[in-house]
Design a protein around this ligand. Structure first.
Ligand code: ATP
Ligand code: MG
Length: 585
């Protein structure tokens, strides 16, 4: 997709450009970078990517493709303690799955350690960086506050020679962690606190997943990030708003160490999605404490979780496109994501029948042993796709327990004692008798008669009163399956804003998944391939689980429910009841 000619150069066919695309357009028109556009997506491989990252990925790769540029995938791996090759692999897989291609532009900040070290040495030689020997605590105390200027470290005026000597010995492993740091020499009274001599390097005697023990001196994010951008000749470095104040350091470093035209940083609002958390640290906690089944748990907001849940890359990209980019932080409702997923699945998921909570129906006037094969289309007319299969109708079928009510409300259109309902694509049945378990009183079977003339069509001539069409499966042909219904992982829109003494984990939804065993599917679904998606009519969109589904013993995840037109109608009725008019119809 990103490399199809149709969406290069032409900014997405968009009607109006967002502020970032306006900037990129301005720069390509002015020739600021000789017409070149290079963006990057720079994750730290310390966790799995989530839907927030997807927004950034779509933005960076999208802009590059639209302006005929390229987008680099860079592992921002300067932290030995938390990074791991497994995360690198998951990131690569996830970005590729989303549909983006970085060509040969896969980079690692850890490949730049030598370059970065040399750049630090240059700053020292220029009198722009110094080795500070204050402790972490003392450095904090010297930094001052927003109201009050910081104080210079007593080590701030070390000579260039002494700084070079100490910095080399920091690298060679002579000092323990925390003994010294390298700091930029900027201004301890700067209004922007980030500019009060920011830390550039720290000592960490820890093995790095790629560099092993070859370094014990690691660059800070604020140092490595802008300089990695400059090393790669990035033009537009797009990051989230919380780095707004870091832009001054970005500019200071790149201006001091690289010639024009150099990369520039622009900030946009991060994605915050209701009913979930988006911090890698918190997601890691959920995984490590087994509060979910893993990074790819279908309830997780990770790309891996959404993939297993059955979301499509196209649906996620559609969502990213619809939310756009903005300069002010806000929260996005889950419905917006789910709508995009539905809109994408609508034309790609064939309609099939599944009964999740079965109730037996015997059609008493249907001959024993007879099977009638009824042509049933996979697609509703408005999708405009061809394709159908034959479904068996027999004397015993199962319908959804919730499609029968012994004591229905006045506007009930489904089955009730003495009432009628249409078996979808088959015939109308009328309930003549309700059979129950003598011990529990539970309804165990409905005995019905059908309209024998017209299976598959409305009974000719006769004008029937309005009935609903419900899904059903033939008892003898149905395929037993497990179906997993997923709900929100949290019970509150913003779990990270936990009240005093509570954490985000206190608002975990205790019923975020329901495992339904003994569901019954139409026969063709026995051999659904893992990853195959369907719409179970009246239930929603489902996917054969990539991990647990097996030929003959299918396991399905609900991707997303249907847009609830029925529920909306009920609500409207309830509202009109409150305001007066009678309950008829
Ligand atoms: P942390 O820094 O807590 O480890 P992070 O989510 O910032 O986590 P990074 O790996 O640094 O993770 O993120 C990579 C890129 O994704 C960054 O450019 C960051 O700005 C962007 N990003 C992260 N979270 C979001 C979000 N919620 N919405 C949009 N972009 C995001
Ligand atoms: Mg980050």
């Amino acid at each position: 997709m990103s490399d199809t000619p149709s969406d290069t150069r032409k900014p997405g066919g968009r009607e109006s450009l967002d502020f970032l695309r306006e900037i990129v357009k301005r720069d390509t028109l002015s020739g600021a970078y000789g017409g070149r556009v290079a963006t990057r997506f720079p994750p730290e491989p310390n966790g799995y990517l989530h839907i927030g990252h997807a927004k950034s990925i779509c933005l960076n790769f999208g802009i590059a493709a639209e302006f005929g540029g390229c987008c680099h995938l860079r592992m921002d791996d300067t932290n030995p303690e938390t990074e791991d090759m497994a995360y690198v692999e998951s990131i690569i897989g996830d970005v590729r799955w989303l549909g983006f291609d970085w060509g040969n532009k896969l980079f690692f900040a850890s490949d730049y350690y030598e370059r970065l070290y040399e750049l630090a040495v240059r700053l020292i030689k220029d009198g722009k960086a110094y080795v500070d020997s204050l402790s972490e605590d003392e450095i904090r105390r010297h930094r001052g506050t927003i109201m009050e200027a910081g104080r210079d470290s007593p080590w701030r005026d070390r000579s260039v020679e002494e700084n070079l000597d100490l910095f080399a010995r920091m690298r060679s492993g002579e000092f323990p962690d925390g003994a010294h740091v390298l700091r930029a020499k900027i201004d301890m009274a700067a209004r922007n606190m980030k500019m009060r001599d920011p830390l550039l390097y720290r000592i960490r005697h820890a093995s790095h997943y790629r560099r092993g023990d070859s370094w014990c001196l690691y660059p800070m994010y604020d140092f490595a990030h802008p300089l990695s951008d400059a090393i790669e000749n990035i033009t537009h470095s797009i990051c989230t708003l919380e780095f707004e104040n870091n832009r001054a350091i970005y500019d200071w470093l790149v201006d001091n160490l690289f010639p024009e035209p150099r990369p520039r940083q622009y900030e946009f609002a991060r994605l915050n999605l209701d009913y979930t958390v988006m911090s890698k640290r918190k997601l890691l906690q959920l995984v490590e404490e087994s509060l979910v089944s893993g990074w790819d748990d279908p309830r997780m907001p990770t790309i891996a979780g959404m993939r297993r849940r059955g979301y499509t890359p196209e649906g996620i990209r559609l969502f990213a496109d619809r939310i756009g980019v903005d300069k002010a932080n806000s929260r996005v409702s889950m419905e917006l994501l789910e709508d995009a997923i539905r809109d994408d699945l609508n034309a790609r998921a064939p309609r099939v029948m599944a009964v999740l909570r079965p109730l037996k129906v015997t059609i008493t006037d249907f001959p024993e042993g007879k099977v009638e094969w009824l042509e049933s289309p996979y697609w509703p007319r408005d999708i405009g796709k061809e394709g159908s299969r034959k479904l068996p109708l027999a004397r015993e079928v199962f319908i959804e327990r919730t499609d029968f009510s012994e004591d229905p409300p006045a506007d009930w259109l489904r089955l009730a004692p003495g009432g009628e309902v249409r078996l979808m694509n088959a015939c109308i049945i009328r309930c003549e008798e309700v059979v129950r378990d003598t011990a529990t009183g539970e309804v165990t079977e409905l005995r019905c008669v059908h309209d024998p003339d017209s299976p598959g069509k409305p009974p000719g001539g006769k004008k029937k009163k309005k009935t609903a069409a419900i899904q059903w499966v033939s008892a003898a042909h149905a395929v037993p399956a497990e179906v997993r219904l997923y709900d929100r992982l949290f019970t509150v829109p913003d779990p990270e804003a936990a009240e005093e003494g509570k954490t985000f984990k206190d608002s975990l939804n205790p019923v975020s998944v329901e495992f339904l065993r003994g569901c019954l599917l139409e026969p063709g679904l026995a051999n659904a391939s893992p990853g195959e998606r369907f719409q179970f009519v009246r239930h929603g969109f489902f996917i054969a689980d990539a991990v647990d589904s097996r030929p003959g013993i299918p396991v399905f995840n609900r991707i997303v429910g249907l847009r609830d037109a029925y529920a909306r109608r009920i609500r409207q009725r309830a509202d009109s009841l409150l305001t007066g008019p009678s309950r008829i119809g």
